[in-house]
Design a protein around this ligand. Structure first.
Ligand SMILES: C[S@@+](CC[C@H](N)C(=O)[O-])C[C@H]1O[C@@H](n2cnc3c(N)ncnc32)[C@H](O)[C@@H]1O
Length: 373
């Protein structure tokens, strides 16, 4: 069975719908399934993200029983292709000299052709099989994609406007390292429209698609209070954790790596608050903590698909219940099972909820098609 690309869309899941899917990755680790995962990774995800290197290697792995056997050791909650590639890049970044370096565009100025890379990849993995196995069985695919903030910003502007222009009180569900909580410190470029300090180290451009007008991006848009929550917050003061975060960035994603490194630098100066734990249990307490006089805005990007269905239902219901006290605006960006992601806004007010789709976008924010104001 082929897996869905990147993630299911669960953003608009009805809490009463028991058939709604959740995790995209939980599944068997029989050899046939793992082979299929590498095929799908090459044919779908590598084309979305534009990675000729991983596409060539993933096709090589799919046709190599010994590599599939190794990749199948990944825990069932983790995607074998992403984890195998991250493990190898993590080891390459740690320094062992090997001809595989010559194929990585981020490690060499003039990379060898991607289509010829599989032999070197195989050789490297077999030479470091013990370390690769250790990483496959202990690490997780846990990224923090800073460019997703470019999709969130117009949604924040819309929520702030609906809240009467007050500062936002924000909770990010699945915040990872919490880098997107620093969104006010980034510079955004939507073609001719820009927002944020032109001196920011984190510059986020996107291509506009469609004809929908963005909501006005007021200079006064701000977050007055924020907190993230994550099962496993990434500690950016831990050099090894940062190295793993960078190893998860695909080799061709030079800009994404630069944005990530710059955001990590910002986080060292302005550390975001990220609470460790299950958001479905901790969200009610964080909503209680949010100061009065601000507009309550919860957001999540490429996270809900990792929740077991029951936990997801609890999370969504907790916002609905809390909205008896004050309105909660929930912005969600999740995969659709297609090549794009969807941005939705759910307004919880007086125990009622209403969801609207705001935009289609690239999973990493390379383009944005705003649909409505
Ligand atoms: C794919 S990452 C996305 C991280 C970040 N939102 C981004 O877009 O870069 C999903 C994150 O959700 C977190 N997560 C998954 N289930 C969670 C839960 N029940 N409670 C809190 N965090 C959770 C994971 O630990 C991980 O950091």
């Amino acid at each position: 069975m082929r897996e869905p690309p990147i993630a299911y869309n669960v953003a608009r899941m009805d809490p009463d719908d028991d058939d709604a899917p959740t995790s995209a990755w939980v599944g068997g680790r029989d050899r046939e399934t793992v082979t299929e995962m590498f095929h799908r990774f090459a044919e779908v995800e590598c084309r979305i993200i534009a990675s000729p290197l991983y596409e060539a290697i993933a096709l090589g792995v799919a046709g190599d029983a010994e590599m599939v056997e190794l990749a199948a050791e990944t825990r069932v909650t983790q995607p074998p292709p992403n984890l195998l590639f991250a493990a190898v890049q993590y080891l390459l970044l740690s320094g062992p000299q090997h001809r595989l370096h010559d194929y990585y565009p981020n490690l060499t100025a003039e990379p060898e052709p991607a289509t010829e890379s599989y032999g070197a990849f195989r050789d490297f993995v077999l030479a470091h099989a013990g370390e690769v196995r250790e990483l496959l069985t202990t690490r997780s695919v846990q990224t923090n994609v800073v460019r997703r903030s470019i999709c969130l910003l117009p949604a924040f502007a819309l929520v702030a406007e609906r809240g009467g222009g007050q500062p936002l009180a924000q909770v990010e569900v699945g915040a990872s390292a919490g880098l997107n909580l620093l969104w006010e410190r980034f510079h955004y470029e939507y073609g001719s429209v820009a927002w944020g300090s032109g001196e920011s180290m984190v510059v986020l451009p996107t291509d506009r698609r469609g004809t929908g007008a963005l909501p006005p991006l007021a200079d006064s848009l701000s977050s007055g209070w924020s907190a993230g929550v994550d099962l496993n917050p990434v500690d950016i003061t831990d050099a090894d954790a940062v190295q793993w975060l960078l190893a998860l960035v695909w080799p061709e994603n030079v800009v994404l790596r630069q944005q990530l490194s710059a955001a990590i630098e910002l986080a060292r100066v302005w550390p975001p608050r990220v609470v460790a734990g299950d958001a479905s249990a901790l969200l009610p307490g964080l909503l209680e903590e949010a100061p009065a006089g601000m507009t309550l805005c919860v957001f999540a990007t490429h996270t809900l698909y990792q929740f077991p269905r029951g936990a997801l239902r609890t999370l969504l219901e907790s916002m609905q219940t809390f909205s008896e006290k004050r309105p909660v605006y929930f912005i969600s960006m999740e995969g659709t099972g297609d090549e794009h992601s969807e941005l939705t806004l759910t307004t919880y007010e007086r125990g009622e909820r209403e969801t609207v789709k705001l935009a289609n976008c690239h999973p990493h924010g390379h383009w944005l098609e705003w649909l409505q104001c």
